[in-house]
Design a protein around this ligand. Structure first.
Ligand code: GLA
Length: 390
């Protein structure tokens, strides 16, 4: 937990006049490896982080959701029977979208007075939106007295993104934010949604997250463009090989080479990233199980190069941050993380070197870009849930 709950409760009392009966929380996430593979039915290896979103709430007798976003000093009152998108206050859409999906499942929706607080950096590729969605799901579950089991919770979150918000994103963010466990990394098969919580057994290394301070611009349109390019690669291989596969997960590098003349070079490179990234992610999970930080780091570096050169979702600042990190002693590996086009890198660093690594990383990044980045260490945190009230 990263937010001071005592202070948060005090803020709730001064806003709504009494103590909250419910505190729902959900973490952000960082993806160790397996980038842009989820919507290709591939593999991912994310972990929940200590930064989180808190929803402090009291039930109301009506169906009004009265939310105050403490971080931005914004307030919305919305009728849960309507569930329309809000162009002026788009942050409430993540909550209303969850309510809408629950209504489709026939679940009861109760109004509440809610204070939202969070310290997952926004627009940094650490899933502040999935964090808000999954915290909202926990709150609606508590208010309505029901529970959505297992992968159905994250699946509901993905429908919010795909249907309510129009972003063709995969299942990774909601899955890890909902299902994460302290000191574990999640290995997820994004086709079957079978998953394994793998102990983060790297006694001598830690994950350092570094924010480029470049907010992810154009992510939505570029993201949907990548989704379409992957579909194009599948269509070309199906045409050439008579293959029955539906997603890049189903194809090998040999299939891709055999179909190369059927597709533009850019489509070939997109597919090459996905196919090689799926292999790297499975190998990375084995390296983690074996406690082999050097092997994991090498795979992270290869992932970064592939995202930069083949998938083209980095930007000069992410490239500078990763290159500086990779050159520092004690760094096993470093890569961009999340959707890309800005946001954060994740580096695996020897424990005894973290302070010097962070210092050299931020100084080197500043020297290359003139920007002030920010770095922090996070151990794997628990997924979404209720906080016990004192
Ligand atoms: C965003 C999406 C995820 C995933 C990543 C890239 O975070 O929400 O579904 O595709 O980008 O790996």
């Amino acid at each position: 937990m990263s937010i001071d709950v005592h202070q948060a409760v005090g803020q709730f009392v001064s806003r709504f006049g009494k103590e909250p009966a419910i505190i729902a929380r959900a973490p952000g996430r960082v993806n160790v490896i397996g980038e842009h593979t989820d919507y290709n039915h591939g593999f991912v290896l994310p972990m929940a982080i200590e930064q989180e979103t808190l929803l402090l709430a009291n039930p109301r007798a009506d169906q009004v959701f009265h939310a105050y976003a403490g971080n931005f000093d914004r307030e919305v009152q919305t009728d849960l029977t309507q569930r329309a998108r809000n162009a002026e206050e788009p942050w409430i859409d993540y909550i209303v979208g969850v309510a809408d999906e629950l209504a489709k499942l026939g679940k009861p929706l109760h109004g509440a007075d809610v204070l939202i607080l969070g310290d997952v950096p926004i627009g940094a590729g650490l899933s502040s939106s999935a964090s808000l969605e999954m915290a909202a799901l926990v709150l609606f579950e508590k208010l309505g007295g029901f529970h959505i089991e297992g992968p159905a919770g994250p699946q509901l979150g993905q429908r919010v993104e795909n249907q309510f918000l129009g972003l063709n994103s995969g299942i990774m963010d909601q899955f890890i934010v909902r299902m994460g466990r302290k000191n574990h990394v999640l290995f997820l098969d994004c086709r079957s949604h079978a998953y394994e919580l793998v102990p983060a057994a790297l006694p001598n290394a830690a994950f350092v997250i570094a924010d480029t301070a470049v907010s992810r611009g154009l992510t939505g349109s570029k993201y949907n463009e990548r989704v379409a390019e992957c579909r194009e690669a599948v269509a070309a291989m199906v045409k050439r090989l008579g293959h029955t596969g539906t997603h890049l997960r189903d194809f090998t590098l040999e299939d891709l080479e055999a179909s190369r003349s059927e597709m533009a070079d850019v489509i070939y490179r997109r597919a090459r990233h996905i196919i090689t990234e799926n292999a790297r992610t499975q190998q990375a999970c084995d390296a983690l199980r074996a406690g082999d930080a050097a092997a994991l780091g090498t795979l992270m570096n290869a992932s970064d190069a592939s995202l930069r050169d083949d998938y083209e979702v980095t930007c000069p600042e992410l490239d500078a941050m990763a290159a500086v990190a990779q050159s520092i002693e004690g760094c096993y590996g470093s890569r961009m993380t999340g959707a890309g086009f800005g946001g954060c890198t994740v580096s695996l660093v020897a424990k005894g070197r973290i302070a010097t690594f962070t210092e050299q990383l931020l100084a080197g990044y500043h020297a290359h870009t003139g920007l002030n980045g920010r770095a922090f260490v996070s151990t794997p945190a628990d997924g979404a849930g209720l906080l016990a009230l004192a």
